[in-house]
Design a protein around this ligand. Structure first.
Ligand code: 3HC
Length: 316
């Protein structure tokens, strides 16, 4: 393609973005736009699937049938979100097998938060309240993402995330109002998940290598720090409402700005976890690899059945 022709295509593309015209799978798009979307959406899908593991750990240990049923429904929702998002990457030309292999080989990332262990039942509350709460903060703007299939997938996902966040907060509220041991368990979960939840929003804007371009392409509608601040401003009052203490001695409300100021995030810990050196990284990826191996017979049976069905149809 001649340079001047490409330049015209890029100008027309950016004009569509600037005028909030959705980009659809069959529209022309710069390779870099396509690659950024495949990177982000595939890692989002990996996060949903890997995110099932820490919670799945507590399905057999839920304190009663109601909590078990709710947790089962939530984990099942996450599987659906992952499949939705893998399908969105396929509209960009990504191959599902390759995408999943990238997770198993360590080439692709998933959200750092899922590399922390779930040590008590209260962690199910902290994950729903904080992790899904942070996910909602980050995913609601994605409903206005410039890429059609991603934006539409997010509308459905966000409806289910709201249920996830509420059931988590209800667990924390119940424990916080319970016995001193139950309240201590809830406080311990908040202590362990607060800072990793802030890390979910990614590095500070100044360190983020993708934010500026993703904002220009309206893949991102807000920066990492803006969404992190929104999350803190909403979540701190919720903790206070149920009598829990956010584990940040530097946390204070600024009357002038109307925002909470908070302490420095441990970015060394963040990058160590992102690089694969978190408490549960190996366990999580091993579990995903094993799930693929264990599911081979199902895929082979489905492929054989589909081939036989096709032959029968051709013969009739
Ligand atoms: N964990 C792991 N890697 C992270 C990360 C995190 N919390 N935050 C950032 N990174 C990675 C980025 O992927 C990027 O690496 P890459 O170039 O190899 O992909 C690098 O750090 C630089 O970060 P940037 O901020 O520049 O990257 P992005 O512009 O992609 O922003 C993001 C990161 C905010 C996570 C963005 O990708 C995003 O909004 N993704 C969609 C939402 C998402 O994936 N959320 C994860 C949680 S999903 C979830 O919680 C499900 C719920 O149901 C429980």
């Amino acid at each position: 393609m001649k340079e001047e022709d490409r330049a015209i295509l890029e100008q027309n593309f950016q004009a569509k973005i600037d005028n909030d015209i959705r980009i659809e799978p069959n529209d022309w798009m710069p390779d870099a736009y396509r690659e950024t979307l495949i990177r982000q959406i595939s890692q989002h899908a990996h996060s949903e699937i890997v995110g099932m593991l820490p919670e799945g750990n507590w399905i057999t240990r839920a304190p009663n049938l109601r909590r078990k049923a709710v947790l089962l429904a939530k984990v099942q929702d996450e599987a659906g979100h992952g499949l939705y998002l893998y399908s969105a990457t396929e509209t960009l030309g990504a191959d599902r097998e390759d995408t999943i292999d990238d997770l198993h080989s360590g080439k692709a990332k998933y959200s750092s938060i899922f590399n922390y262990p779930t040590l008590s039942w209260a962690d199910m509350g902290a994950i729903g309240w904080l992790v899904d709460g942070a996910a909602i903060m980050n995913q609601v703007p994605l409903c206005r993402c410039s890429y059609g299939p991603y934006a539409r997938a997010m509308v459905r996902v966000c409806k289910e995330e709201s249920f996830h966040q509420r059931q988590g907060f209800e667990i924390m509220m119940t424990l916080a109002k319970g016995s001193p041991e139950q309240k201590a368990m809830a406080q311990d979960a908040l202590n362990r998940f607060w800072w990793p939840a802030l890390m979910m929003f990614g590095p500070n804007d100044a360190e983020s290598k993708h934010t500026a371009q993703s904002m220009k392409w309206k893949i991102k509608r807000h920066t990492n720090d803006e969404l992190r601040q929104q999350f803190v401003d909403v979540t701190v009052p919720q903790a206070e409402l149920i009598g829990l203490t956010v584990p940040d001695p530097d946390l204070k409300f600024n009357e002038q700005t109307g925002h909470y100021e908070y302490g420095e995030i441990n970015w060394d810990e963040f990058w160590q976890v992102v690089k694969g050196n978190g408490p549960c990284n190996k366990e999580r990826v091993d579990a995903r690899r094993k799930a693929k191996e264990d599911g081979l017979w199902v895929r082979e049976a489905a492929t054989a059945y589909a081939a036989k069905k096709k032959l029968r149809k051709q013969a009739s």
